[in-house]
Design a protein around this ligand. Structure first.
Ligand SMILES: NC(=O)c1ccc[n+]([C@@H]2O[C@H](COP(=O)([O-])OP(=O)(O)OC[C@H]3O[C@@H](n4cnc5c(N)ncnc54)[C@H](O)[C@@H]3O)[C@@H](O)[C@H]2O)c1
Length: 352
């Protein structure tokens, strides 16, 4: 398995995107996001997404160089149109705007539609905490991507509708909850399928509603479905994410059983809360750090070495991989090499 430094991997991806007509600065935003996800161990939202993004450019679903458009705005809110730009580029700018508004009014709420896949949500909410904010992000697939069955149902009716919430702590490591509202995101099933591995039981049911460990059963035909996490609770949360992210952004909610599985757009809701508007930042950070220490003081069960808090596993992976490099699955590496070749460049950015 190739082990690469983040900077070298980022450069390769920028070169590949440039071969698809993506301006270097834009390619850098997307590449850094994907490589950071890979560094955090969130492989499902890492570099294996590059071929999917290249395909979206080739098919005209993502337009490099698109400019974010403001549809409507107040002092604390904005409705944005990504004009078919990269999800990472548009959502990054949208979160910047939410933070800017929160700096003025105490709260910034921004919605975004008409953009590509937004990737790993924790990237944006963590960034908001670095600006002294609490951050929230919800995403739907604009009515598409219906991989997830409702609680009690056996066919996909909802997208994986992820949610992230993050707050700063005194230690500098924010608390970052970042999760799909399905047991696993579709990308994790895809990663296992690509690697030829089996899934844990409880992630997916096949087309007849039977539990399965074969990732191929999700895709069919006939198609199976992912399960919502936590039964009726995760299902309920997923519906509300769909309503808020899809409804408020104008991207649209699920409603058409024939909607494309490859979501046409992500629908995004972003919230930045300026902690200073509620209490002194130092006091808040002190409390959240105390909360972390308190929770981690619980004796660990037999199966685990220690209690971890949201975002801790990813932060540790990031530190480890900054030191030792990022391992990229052989099969992913081969697909990236092939994608680069198809776009007329070497995977090291050279002209073949
Ligand atoms: N943009 C999109 O359309 C989209 C859609 C779905 C998912 N996603 C992304 O997929 C990624 C993976 O989602 P997921 O649901 O598989 O996340 P996950 O199950 O790996 O992690 C969920 C949360 O649990 C925490 N966690 C993990 N292990 C823990 C432990 N042992 N103890 C305590 N906390 C722990 C993590 O820090 C994280 O905050 C996320 O980054 C999400 O944003 C994106």
């Amino acid at each position: 398995m190739p082990i690469v430094q983040a900077e070298a991997l980022t450069k390769r991806i920028i070169a590949l995107f440039q071969a698809c007509g993506v301006p270097a600065a834009e390619g850098q935003v997307v590449a850094e996001h994907l490589v950071d996800a890979e560094a955090c161990g969130v492989v499902s939202h890492g570099v294996l997404r590059v071929p999917q993004y290249v395909e979206a450019i080739v098919e005209g679903r993502v337009r490099p160089g698109a400019v974010l458009r403001t549809v409507s705005e107040t002092a604390s809110t904005a409705v944005l149109d990504g004009q078919s730009g990269f999800g990472q580029v548009m959502a990054g700018q949208a979160m910047e705007l939410a933070v800017e508004k929160a700096n003025h009014t105490g709260v910034g709420v921004v919605t975004l539609a008409n953009c590509g896949h937004t990737g790993r949500l924790g990237y944006y909410t963590e960034w908001a905490t670095r600006q002294g904010m609490a951050g929230l992000m919800m995403v739907n697939s604009g009515g598409g991507g219906q991989w997830v069955a409702p609680f009690g149902g056996t066919a996909g009716r909802l997208a994986t509708n992820p949610l992230s919430l993050a707050v700063p702590t005194a230690s500098g490591d924010p608390l970052v909850l970042d999760m799909a509202t399905s047991v696993a995101p579709e990308g994790k099933v895809r990663a296992l399928l690509t690697a030829g591995s089996l899934m844990p039981i409880g992630w997916v049911m096949d087309h007849a509603g039977r539990p399965t460990t074969n990732p191929a059963d999700l895709y069919g035909p006939p198609r199976g479905a992912l399960l919502p996490f936590g039964g009726h609770k995760g299902f309920g949360l997923s519906m509300l994410v769909d309503a808020l992210a899809g409804g408020l952004s104008g991207a649209g909610c699920c409603g058409d059983t024939q909607a494309p599985l490859q979501g046409r757009t992500d629908g995004v809701l972003l919230l930045a809360l300026d902690i200073r508007a509620f209490c002194p930042v130092a006091l808040f950070q002190e409390m959240t750090s105390q909360l972390v220490q308190h929770v981690k003081s619980a004796p660990p069960g037999k199966e685990v070495a220690e209690v971890l808090v949201p975002g801790e596993w990813e932060a540790r992976q990031r530190t480890l991989r900054a030191r030792e490099g990022i391992p990229v699955e052989d099969v992913t590496w081969a697909i990236l090499e092939q994608t680069a070749r198809q776009r007329g460049v070497g995977w090291d950015g050279s002209t073949p």
